[in-house]
Design a binder for this molecule. Structure first.
Ligand code: DCP
Ligand code: MG
Ligand code: MG
Length: 595
């Protein structure tokens, strides 16, 4: 196999990936436990965005049309889930629980319901405590200060299901393999402990993957869902005639399902492997113009290796070394760190889309007020903290302070595309945006957010809107987004604050300058900015990797939930209103026979 020698696995870490089971439905059930035993579906626009397992047993599915769900299961309880507040709050609470379960502080969110935990240090510490003569009666220590805090476990065996189901004869295994196996065993018991804590203390069941990096832990979790966990067993490297389990595991995946191999890259690889453009009629199963090509097909394709992948994937717009990177990914190599706790979101935005386009200034002003007020309330939630030490004991309400100030206010709109020469309208619509310094008035903690929003609209948003849309002929808008960006963290009081990072400051300067220009961006709904952003169907993200994004640098899980995207589009097939993020999955639903 060309260049197999150049692949270097780092299996020194133990990473857990948590995905909450039917998350939105569980939030609603926890508020109203009577719903646990009935089929429950959560509705956004006209689709079932998720449903509980009782509903799934009766044939309901995620991203099904509400009309279809009602036909299949008329007794289902349907709860509206368009206001994300309760889900966001639950997500933060769960994140904070999980983050406190590990010593490293490395807890990284992906979307609302996924979290990676790096528990390498806890595992290694506990490996050091083992009595090799009595592994079955081990004690997992959860605190370095207090040796009585922890739980008893059997360190001679993995907890829960494994991939593969049975481990190969371990008498022939190498010393490294035995050590890795032991560390994964400890990881699996810690995963069980945290999973149970989450269930019994917070009321949420989850599905966990245990492996040595983010990529593998995320993928292996899917093997046993829901309310379960799966560990990939060694050998992670081929030993004699025994294949690496990781290779066998990944080989079964369609190339587009590998996180970091986005839709465009996957399509280029499919074309190369098939020796032709993937058959369009086959796209029914895989969404887009795709045909199934597995990792095995790619890996064993004639002359395949990092160089050939570079040739296939490289070129203008792609990052250097993309071939090598993808080659690593399909071998399960992912060096990206589990991100450290980050207190401050990089931006906060609120947006709405309008089926009935906005045409009049009064309508626009009303919407600006709604979005402005939501933005201010959201800033209060995410950027204010209680001032514990200095708070006045006489005061019943603790004083609050800003932990970061967004320096920039950005207004974006999506005007209706212009007519082309032949009188038709372009399908692709673009967002345009305008930025200005954030007016200080928004930081007032005295005034009510609704009053502040009035002033924000009059003093900042309306003038910005006029600069963005000076057409005398009027306008027709299908979307407005108001964002607070360019966060400046308040004086670093905590050691995890990133406010003083010089490199970051420079990057931020670029950001600021960029923000003061009017930009036109394609409204690319199907391409998400980070390889680890949540995919619409809850499957592996289908994201094109661009430039610096390639090195899976600790992504900021906050971004994904900071933009309240409620864009809706009409489905060409059934004419239902579908949230834009779900449109691709919804089309696939029709393609698979749903009507
Ligand atoms: N979600 C959404 N729109 C989507 C996909 C998901 O609003 N297109 C929301 C609803 C889900 C939550 O995000 O509850 C988490 O997404 P998952 O894909 O993890 O789905 P669930 O947690 O609901 O179900 P599962 O048990 O399959 O993980
Ligand atoms: Mg989930
Ligand atoms: Mg999920």
């Amino acid at each position: 196999m060309p260049n197999a020698w150049s692949l270097q696995r780092d299996d020194s870490r133990i990473v857990l990936h948590f995905d909450l089971d039917c998350f939105y439905a569980s939030v609603v059930e926890n508020e109203n436990p009577a719903l646990k035993s009935v089929p429950l579906a959560i509705q956004q626009k006209q689709i079932v965005v998720t449903c509980n397992y009782e509903a799934r047993r009766r044939g309901l599915r995620k991203l099904q049309l509400i009309s279809e769900a009602k036909r299949i299961c008329p007794e289902a309880v349907i709860v509206l889930g368009e206001d994300l507040t309760r889900f966001r709050d639950a997500s933060k609470d769960i994140y904070s629980f999980l983050q406190q379960s590990v010593w490293s502080g490395r807890a990284e969110r992906l979307g609302f319901d996924e979290v990676w935990l790096d528990c390498t240090d806890m595992v290694d510490y506990n490996v050091g405590l083992l009595n090799p003569n009595d592994l079955t009666h081990s004690f997992f220590c959860l605190s370095q200060e207090d040796p009585t805090v922890g739980f008893e476990y059997d360190a001679s065996t993995v907890f829960g299901p494994t991939y593969p189901t049975h481990s190969h004869d371990s008498t022939s295994c190498t010393e490294e393999e035995a050590q890795l196996r032991l560390r994964l065993v400890l990881g699996s018991h810690l995963a069980r402990h945290i999973r149970h804590g989450l269930e019994h203390q917070k009321g949420y069941t989850s599905t966990v993957g245990i492996a040595t990096n983010k990529l593998l832990s995320k993928l292996v979790g899917n093997v046993n869902k829901p309310k379960n966990q799966t560990t990939i067993l060694p050998p992670y490297q081929p030993v004699g005639h025994v294949d690496a389990t990781v290779t066998r595991f990944l080989d079964e995946h369609e190339i587009g399902k590998i996180p970091g191999v986005g839709s465009k890259l996957a399509q280029k690889i499919r074309t190369r492997v098939l020796g032709r453009e993937p058959d369009v009629s086959e796209d029914l199963l895989y969404g887009g113009t795709k045909e199934s090509v597995t990792v095995l097909d790619v890996r064993t394709h004639h002359m395949m290796g990092p160089e050939l992948l570079e040739e296939v994937l490289g070129g203008p717009g792609s990052s250097r070394g993309i071939g090598g990177k993808v080659w690593e990914l399909i071998h399960g190599i992912d060096d990206s760190e589990v991100g450290k706790v980050r207190r401050v979101p990089s931006q906060i935005s609120q947006e709405d889309s309008y089926m009935k386009h906005l045409h009049s200034f009064d309508e626009v002003k009303k919407q600006l007020h709604i979005l402005g007020e939501r933005l201010i309330r959201r800033m209060h939630m995410d950027l204010l903290e209680d001032e514990e030490e200095e708070s006045d004991p006489e005061r019943s309400v603790p004083r609050r302070r800003w932990i970061a100030h967004p320096r920039t206010l950005r207004l974006s709109t999506r005007p209706r595309p212009a007519l082309t020469l032949d009188g038709t309208r372009q399908r692709m619509s673009h967002r345009i945006s305008r930025s200005a310094p954030m007016p200080n008035l928004v930081f007032s903690l005295v005034e009510d957010p609704s009053i502040l929003a009035d002033r924000l609209v009059d003093e900042a948003l309306v003038p910005m809107f006029r600069k963005l849309h000076h057409e005398k002929a009027g306008w027709s808008l299908s979307l407005i987004n108001v964002a607070a960006t360019n966060m400046a963290e308040a004086a670093a009081e905590r050691k995890d604050s990133e406010g003083r990072d010089i490199g970051k400051m420079f990057r931020r300067q670029d950001e600021v300058l960029k923000d003061f220009r009017v930009k036109v961006e394609p409204d690319s709904r199907e391409e998400l900015p980070s390889p680890w952003m949540e995919a619409p169907d809850g499957q592996t993200p289908n994201v094109e990797v661009k430039g610096a994004n390639m090195d899976f640098a600790a992504t900021d899980g906050w971004d994904s939930d900071c933009s309240e995207s409620q864009q809706a589009e009409r489905c060409e097939c059934c004419h239902s209103s579908i949230p834009a993020f779900a449109l691709a999955a919804h089309r696939r639903y029709h393609e698979l026979g749903g009507s």
